[in-house]
Write a protein that binds this ligand. Structure first.
Ligand SMILES: [Zn+2]
Ligand SMILES: [Zn+2]
Length: 318
């Protein structure tokens, strides 16, 4: 099969073996997949992953032990878990001690013709959600995770730092929950989307950090963003770290102590809520698509996705 494979360098391959199906696995034919910041970080060395990249996808079921899934259009949760360890049994299966993660940790990803996942990971898609929207369900679920982790009722000053793919999803999710959110970013073209959605936004150059925000959600994916977030959040405020990045330099954590900041790490989230929000047209994800490219152009697509000002690049498997 065709696949986009990373090992020391990123290459498009025509000769990858089809996924080896284990008991309980479902074989999926990928329809399209989205490139995310995590993919770009992996190519820089994050997680030490080597193999087929890609974890944001929509697919059609080719074969499954659950026969009613065959030919259905699905999305899939990315953590492949054991169901038996202490964390799984405690309801924290996204933190399973024996997990692998699609396209991130010891499990081949979705930038390929075919991918395999346990059938429990799959969610059926209603017809009201098209493939473009479905490609955003995984990152949109991650955005919903912020609402699961922190109480935002009554918080008046909430800032999303970063106007990239994830920041714009988080801002919309907070808006649907009635949170008075503002986005700070570097790109007027991306902030124009906020205006379209009725979300307040400011250019980074126009703000003076005042240690006055109740909650800051850092979606910048950079060490500089983290440092700035600490200048924006108020004493005893909450800083949510939403993006993974490979820190190249030491972080100064003294402000966390001095200002008694609560730091919350945030990763994968609830697919059901993301699917419901898209079905009910509460969030606009299609405006985030910058380009659609073929799987064969995957190397070029990854370069494009890393450029400033570019939002979501989608790989199509047709
Ligand atoms: Zn992602
Ligand atoms: Zn487990």
């Amino acid at each position: 099969m065709r696949a986009l494979v990373f090992s020391n360098s990123l290459n498009f391959s025509l000769k990858q073996p089809d996924p080896a199906i284990n008991e309980g696995d479902t074989l999926l034919k990928v329809r399209q997949a989205g490139i995310c910041a995590t993919d770009l970080e992996i190519v820089k060395g994050y997680m030490g992953f080597k193999g087929i990249l890609g974890h944001e996808f929509v697919a059609e079921v080719v074969d499954s032990p659950k026969k009613d899934l065959i030919k259905q259009r699905v999305v899939g949760e990315i953590n492949i878990v054991c169901g038996r360890c202490d964390l799984c049994l405690a309801g924290l299966s996204t933190h399973c001690r024996n997990r692998s993660v699609l396209g991130i940790l010891e499990h081949s990803g979705a930038f390929a013709d075919y991918v395999r996942l346990p059938s429990e990971n799959l969610h059926l898609l209603p017809d009201s959600i098209d493939d473009d929207q479905a490609t955003f369900i995984e990152p949109l679920a991650a955005a919903f995770q912020v609402l699961k982790q922190i109480k935002l009722d009554g918080r008046k000053w909430v800032t999303v730092l970063g106007d990239g793919r994830l920041g714009l999803l988080v801002a919309q999710v907070l808006q649907t929950a009635g949170v008075p959110v503002r986005v700070i970013g570097k790109h007027s073209s991306k902030l124009a989307l906020c205006e379209k959605w009725g979300i307040r936004s400011r250019l980074l150059d126009d703000i003076v950090p005042r240690h006055d925000q109740d909650v800051v959600i850092d979606c910048t994916g950079s060490a500089e963003g983290f440092a700035l977030a600490l200048q924006i959040v108020r004493p005893r405020g909450t800083l949510v770290l939403k993006s993974t990045f490979v820190a190249g330099k030491p972080l100064n954590l003294a402000p966390v102590v001095i200002d008694e900041v609560t730091i919350v790490g945030s990763r994968c989230g609830p697919f059901k809520e993301a699917i419901r929000a898209l079905a009910q047209k509460q969030v606009d994800v299609v405006s985030l698509i910058s380009r659609r490219m073929k799987l064969e152009q995957g190397v070029e697509a990854m370069q494009l996705a890393g450029k400033s000002g570019v939002l979501k690049v989608i790989l199509t498997m047709e």
